[in-house]
Design a protein around this ligand. Structure first.
Ligand code: G1P
Ligand code: ZN
Length: 543
């Protein structure tokens, strides 16, 4: 084994975003690219000498090669221990749990989440801090700064390390510990939920389908749903993680999880359907004939969480990202607990969870989670739903109808315009930003603007300030539209438009969301002049 110090030059500058650094796989595979980024992370955290790190990923193309490089670099940096999921596999929530449980000095998670995988698709890498959560901005700023000034990286020259056999081995002075990726996570789920009640539910003939989308949750879902909870074999479909996710987008929404949607809306629908994404942190929930929006799911979980043992004593508070619908806010009012509104990205929830201000958090983009880890957690949401279904004896549809009857319904939809030239996307946002001060009182598409501002956030725990987090425009009557640029895309720019309309009248709780949202969608188009500025007349993805 030889320690090499390789001369290199800084990587093309891009600040790691809310979910680490995401690039085309070939970029990561390029000469020195991955190595430079890993060295920048190590430098930014003061080196890895004597530290322990958790390492694993969602199994996408290049996951295996990248882990070998990271291990050799960690050993070169003098790390004491690397805890690696068998086969290089760890879901994002399972990695977060391991970092916390093993009191490690953080972790490296290899994933581009729900983006497709393969040599011509996406790859990503992020550093999570010792609390198990995504690195906050001051850390990602430091990583970026380090990546700009890099002149060498350290790596050990050696043959491949065996990651398929459980147990410990030595790499230079570092211990490589290969662990079962599922066991610790499954044990934690058993602590949180009433497995007896869920087992009885399945034993009583309750049927579900879980679509793992050929991504990382397959082995987790099989072990928990089928082996531990007794759901029939075959409940989990697309259960083997594949490097290219079977050629699909491992994104659990009605577009990309279409097979599941078709089943659940058809005559042979089981009682419950769910899916998770590439790295296992997102979830989709659908009942028989009843799709549950992520914002509604968050609200329902907050309202009913007390039915699960871990939350029986109540919630300390709830938090949602700004573009997420306000449905959970009304639940918080009725529970008498605080509701926090944060910028988009899970990292903003970390401080609230660490400080004990919030117990359950969620985003409109199919992320829900709690203080059990510091990432959103797809299977956790599915299990909490199962626990609530088991304890209440109601169907998904009944639960949602009861919920809306009590709290009102926030009709909600997100329209994504993808692959837009950056200049055009910037122009849309910039024009709107300039117009904000003139909008209040104006009538657009029959709706009168009642508020217009740009969201900024001061973290209640550490006082850090984040500006420019989305333009929001409210209308008389409870409609709202939010405009933001995506921070996670890898091709051009993506404009996200979030539409919302609140209805509390009992006769207006079972309408077609597209009809209810039509006026606010039209107002959004007129206000942003999106068609004129981008040439796009309809969204690429509607969720
Ligand atoms: C998207 C979602 C956001 C989520 C992030 C990481 O970010 O909108 O809620 O936290 O992916 O999964 P965006 O592309 O909008 O910046
Ligand atoms: Zn994800």
């Amino acid at each position: 084994m030889k320690l090499l110090s390789v001369a290199t030059s800084p990587i093309d500058g891009q600040k790691p975003g809310t979910s680490g650094l995401r690039k085309k796989t070939r970029v990561f595979m390029g000469r020195h690219y991955l190595e430079n980024y890993v060295q920048a992370i190590f430098n930014a955290i003061g080196g890895v000498q004597g530290k322990s790190l958790v390492i694993g990923g969602d199994g996408r193309y290049f996951n295996d090669r990248a882990i070998q490089v990271i291990l050799r670099m960690a050993a070169a940096g003098g790390a004491a221990r690397a805890i690696v999921g068998q086969g290089g596999i760890l879901s994002t929530p399972a990695a977060s749990h391991l970092i916390r449980k093993r009191h490690s000095d953080g972790g490296l998670i290899l994933s581009a989440s729900h983006n497709p995988g393969g040599p011509d698709e996406d790859f990503g890498l992020k550093y999570n801090t010792p609390n198990g959560g995504p690195a906050p901005e001051h850390v990602t700023d430091r990583i970026y700064a380090e990546s700009q000034g890099l002149s060498t990286y350290q790596i050990i020259e050696t043959t491949d390390i065996d990651l398929d056999t459980l147990g410990q081995s030595a790499l230079a002075g570092m211990i490589v510990e290969v662990v079962d990726p599922v066991a610790d996570y499954a044990a934690m789920m058993q602590q949180l939920f009433d497995f007896e009640a869920i087992r009885a539910l399945f034993a009583g003939g309750f049927r579900m389908r879980f679509d793992a989308m050929h991504a990382v949750t397959g082995p987790y879902a099989k072990a928990i749903l089928e082996d531990a909870l007794g759901a029939p074999q075959g409940t989990v479909v697309n259960a083997v993680p594949l490097p290219d996710f079977g050629g699909g987008h491992p994104d659990p929404n009605p577009i990309w999880a279409k097979d599941l949607m078709n089943l659940m809306m058809g005559p042979d629908a089981p009682d419950f359907g769910a899916a998770s994404d590439g790295d296992g942190d997102r979830n989709m929930i659908v009942g028989r004939g009843c799709y549950v929006t992520p914002s509604d799911s968050l609200a329902l979980l907050a309202a009913q969480a007390h039915l699960a043992p871990a939350y029986a004593k109540g919630l300390k508070g709830v938090a949602r990202s700004m573009p997420t619908s306000a449905a959970v806010d009304r639940v918080a009012v009725s529970l008498g607990i605080p509701a926090y509104e944060t910028p988009t990205g899970w990292k903003f929830f970390g401080n609230l969870l660490d400080a004990g201000h919030a117990t359950i958090c969620g985003e409109e983009s199919a992320g829900t989670g709690s203080d059990h880890v510091r990432e959103k957690d797809g299977l956790w949401a599915v299990l909490l739903w199962l626990n609530i279904l088991a304890a209440s004896g109601k169907s998904v549809d009944e639960l949602m109808r009861d919920h809306w009857a009590r709290y009102g319904r926030n009709y909600y939809s997100r329209h994504d315009y993808e692959g837009i030239a950056k200049a055009a996307a910037d122009a849309v946002i910039e024009n709107l930003r300039m117009a904000l001060p003139t909008l209040v009182g104006r009538t657009v598409a029959g709706l009168t603007v009642s508020s217009a501002d740009e969201f900024g956030y001061e973290d209640p725990v550490d006082g850090s300030v984040s500006t420019g987090q989305g333009l929001r425009i409210g209308f008389d009557g409870g409609q709202r539209v939010v405009f933001r640029l995506s921070g996670t895309g890898t091709d051009g720019a993506t404009i996200r438009i979030y539409l919302e309309a609140l209805r509390t009248d009992p006769d207006h709780l079972a309408l077609d969301p597209a009809d209810v949202l039509k006026p606010v969608a039209q107002a959004a188009g007129e206000l942003s002049r999106l068609a004129a500025l981008t040439g796009r007349t309809s969204p690429d993805v509607i969720t």
